[in-house]
Design a protein around this ligand. Structure first.
Ligand SMILES: [Zn+2]
Ligand SMILES: [Zn+2]
Length: 242
């Protein structure tokens, strides 16, 4: 597992998005301070839904794990094992929360990657439900754009014209990895295109298509590959979970 701890900026972003999702449900304008009770409920539900699709890799039996750790180190002083003890405690605590379908957003309880994956998923949720966000869009533009592409893929909307029944198109050449059989979804960029735009990209080529529409597709993470595998049948045959 990566190092625990993520940035305050990412935490602010997570809270800002959750705040506006809560505002959306209560009919308040984006950017307003959400009502605290509604915000708590929204956070609880978002965390629960995120855990349904995302593997936080919790410890199997956190309390036992922690007891065993103490037992093994009972002859050492707290000063000697301070850092390790803290991490073991945080991991056990977070795992116990996850068992109860929630998790902590405290800065030292998530890795930066986990926090970024949560942001990504939150943005996808906002785009899908059309939740207005009030924040520094410039900082967010790139992530927002990627989330948009993913929502298109997941719902088979063409990323150019929005038409339904889109197909998954590989932006990077599949020959690069030796053909579809070897595609695990982790290497090549993908996008969703309707019949018309799919024909066009194959007719005029990637370079001209990119110049015309300014789209380059997105790289997928494991959660997204798992979800898209069910929707775009036959793709990502080489995908194996670790
Ligand atoms: Zn189209
Ligand atoms: Zn294609």
């Amino acid at each position: 597992m990566d190092k625990l701890g993520y940035s305050r900026e990412t935490q602010k972003l997570i809270y800002a998005i959750m705040n506006d999702i809560s505002n959306y449900f209560t009919g308040q304008d984006a950017g307003k301070k959400a009502y605290s009770l509604d915000l708590e409920e929204t956070k609880k539900q978002l965390k629960q839904r995120f855990l349904e699709v995302y593997d936080m890799q919790p410890l199997k039996s956190p309390i036992t794990f922690f007891s065993k750790y103490l037992e093994k180190n009972k002859d050492r002083t707290i000063g000697e094992i301070e850092k390790e003890l803290k991490e073991t405690f945080i991991k056990s605590l977070q795992s116990t929360l996850i068992e109860n379908k929630t998790f902590s957003l405290a800065l030292n309880t998530l890795t930066q990657n986990q926090a970024n994956d949560l942001v990504k998923w939150l943005l996808e949720t906002c785009i899908y439900y059309d939740v207005p966000l009030k924040m520094d869009i410039e900082n967010l533009a790139d992530q927002y754009d990627k989330a948009y592409h993913y929502v298109c893929l997941k719902n088979k909307f063409c990323c150019i014209c929005g038409k339904s029944d889109g197909v998954l198109h590989h932006y990077d050449n599949v020959a690069r990895i030796g053909g579809y059989k070897f595609d695990d979804g982790r290497v090549l960029r993908v996008m969703c295109l309707c019949g018309e735009h799919h024909n066009e990209v194959h007719a005029i080529g990637t370079k001209d298509f990119t110049n015309k529409y300014h789209v380059v597709g997105i790289h997928l993470d494991d959660r997204q590959i798992r979800e898209l595998k069910k929707i775009h049948k036959g793709h990502f045959q080489a995908f194996k979970e670790e």
